[in-house]
Structures are given as C-alpha cells and as structure tokens.
Design a binder for this molecule. Structure first.
Ligand code: UDP
Ligand code: MG
Length: 313
C-alpha cells in the first residue's frame, strides 16, 4: 500500500464527508493505493455514524472508535499501530490541512529519503493572540531543547516512513513533539515543507490556552523521559547523593569544631540547618529515583486505551 492517511478527530462530523472526498480525489489522480484510518476520539456528535456511512461506500476507509476522549496523542498512537502504508500521513480532520499536499509529502519521504517531513504553516489562519504568538514562543523553546531545526513542531500535517511510526509511542500530549520522539528513537533525517493552511470551516478548536501550559510541561517531560525515562536513578540518585554528601560533610565540620575545638552552640548556627536540609533533600531525591526505577520496570500497561469498535481493521 502506497499511503496511509491517519486522521484523529473529536466532534468533526461536519467536515468528514468533504475531507474524505477531497483525499479520494487527490490519491486517485495520482494513482496511489491508500487507506484512510479515522480515529474517533470519543466524539459526542455524529462523527462515528458519518465514518460508518463513508466506509459503506469506500472500503479504503477504516475507523477506530475510542470509548471516551483520550486526546489527540492517543488517537495518533492507535492510528500508527494500525497503519499499513509505505508512507503514513497524519492530518487534522477540520480541513485546516490541505490533502493536495499528500503526493508531494510522499515524494519527499521516498525520494528525499527523509524519515519525517513536517508541515510548516508559514501563513496561518488562526487567532493571532491565542494561537500564533504562543506558537512562536513555543517552537523557539522546542527548537532549543531538542536541537531539531523545525519552524513548526505542532503542525498536524506530517509524513512518516512506515518504520518511524512503528518505533514510537505517542502519549500524553506528545503529539506536539513527534519529531523529537522520532529523534530519540534514532530517526534523524527530519525535513520540513511549507504547506497551505486554511481557516477552520466547521466546528471549533479543541485546544485553548491550556495547551500552552500543558505543552510546556510536556516539553520538560519529553526531555526528561528521553534522557532518564528508563534510568531515573541516574538523575535522582546522582543529585540525591550529592546533596546528602554535601550535608554530611558540613555535619562533620560542625562536629569536629564542637568536639575538638569546643565551639559551642552548634544548633544555633545557620550551617547546622543547612546541613540538615541538604541531607533530608538528598534522601528524598534518592528515594524518588528508587521509586521511579520500580515504576519504570512495571508499567507495560501505560498505553492501553479502550476501543469500543473498529471497522475495516
Ligand atoms: N482532536 C482529537 N482529540 C482531541 C482534540 C482534538 O482527536 O482531544 C483532533 C481534532 O478533531 C482535529 C485535530 O485533533 O482533527 C486538531 O485539533 P484542532 O483543529 O482543534 O486544533 P488546532 O488546529 O486548533 O490547533
Ligand atoms: Mg485545527
């Protein structure tokens, strides 16, 4: 199969028929064999019925219905697991991304030998204050922390090699950082293509102000998980030990000065409390690391989502 189009959606019933018709037109014009996997992320509108109707007339359309709303990352993760195409393209359901980009993105993956090609909404049609300005800050931070030179990390329109989507786990709100996840997994050829962005035709945005805070926390998580996720002890253990030893050394100094040089009033000295604090913090950090290790070794069920129904898969 030439291409899989993965579409996460949450209450987007109005745009689905138009979107699929457009995708069908583009892939047929280019003679591509394809599948469209729609992941209904717990919609409360008519989305799943619409998917079933679309499936009835076109068997290339497949669907996964979540029991509840797990978020875009979970939806992408399940779509990636099911995808069979040589190239996988993700796209938002709201028609802000143009299916006309599919052939060119596919070509970049195959002929340019990229692992990922990320869309860049150079000209954006969203609210300036709540979307465009936060995004700029955000992308700058992500660039700095990940070392990946992308202008637009969070674009829903991206293309991947088959191997890439099978090697990464997208969870939490990590859909913003899929290129970073891929880089951590060892896929380094990450390209960018300027794509057409359109105003939302139907429905409303599902990400408001809170995405800014969640996005920032996720950036820290991704950094931490990438570096120490499988070995928390190397972070907490190290700092715990350093703090503890530091406090302990001060205690030795205080004790020596009391017993050998007869300096009185040990517990009145600020240094005493500092030593105490350092030792307690050190122990706490060390224990956090230890608990982290235990959890890391016992969490095989972390990405288990309840799926109510599947069609075509
Ligand atoms: N989406 C989803 N689950 C959610 C939130 C969003 O599957 O919990 C989908 C949504 O239906 C759309 C895509 O993710 O297809 C991008 O969402 P949206 O257009 O609201 O984001 P924006 O373009 O405003 O950043
Ligand atoms: Mg959108």
């Amino acid at each position: 199969m030439d291409v899989t189009i993965v579409i996460p959606l949450f209450n987007e019933d109005e745009s689905l028929p138009e979107l699929t018709a457009w995708i069908e037109r583009v892939v047929n014009e280019n003679n591509l064999s394809y599948e469209i996997i729609m992941i209904d992320d717990g919609s409360t509108d008519n989305s799943w019925n619409v998917i079933e109707q679309l499936r009835a007339v076109n068997s290339n359309i497949k669907g996964i219905k979540f029991q509840r709303n797990y978020g875009k990352s979970a939806a992408l993760n399940e779509g990636f697991k099911a995808a069979q195409g040589q190239v996988i393209i993700t796209m938002d359901a709201d028609m802000q991304d143009s299916p006309d980009e599919i052939p060119e993105l596919r070509k970049m993956i195959l002929e340019g030998n990229f692992d990922i090609v990320s869309g860049w909404k150079k000209k954006r049609f969203d609210n300036t204050l709540t979307k465009n300005i936060p995004s700029k800050l955000f992308n700058a931070a992500a660039r700095k922390m990940s070392g990946i030179k992308l202008n637009d990390f969070n674009c829903g329109l991206k293309a991947y090699k088959y191997k890439v989507v099978k090697s990464i786990e997208v969870y939490g709100e990590m859909h913003r950082y899929v290129p970073v996840l891929a880089k951590w997994a060892g896929f380094r050829k990450i390209g960018e293509k300027v794509v057409e962005h359109r105003a939302r035709k139907f429905g409303v945005t599902k990400f408001g102000w809170d995405r800014f805070i969640n996005g920032f926390l996720d950036l820290m998580t991704i950094f931490f998980v990438g570096k120490f996720g499988k070995r928390p002890m190397h972070f907490f253990g190290l700092w715990g030990t350093i703090f503890f030893l530091f406090g302990f050394a001060i205690f030795i100094y205080l004790s020596v000065s009391k017993f050998f040089f007869e300096v009185t009033g040990m517990t009145q000295r600020p240094l005493f409390f500092f030593a105490l604090l350092a030792m307690i913090m050190g122990t706490q950090l060390f224990l956090s690391g230890f608990i982290g290790e235990l959890i890391a070794r016992n969490s095989s069920e972390r990405n288990h989502y309840l799926i109510e129904q599947k069609i075509g898969l």
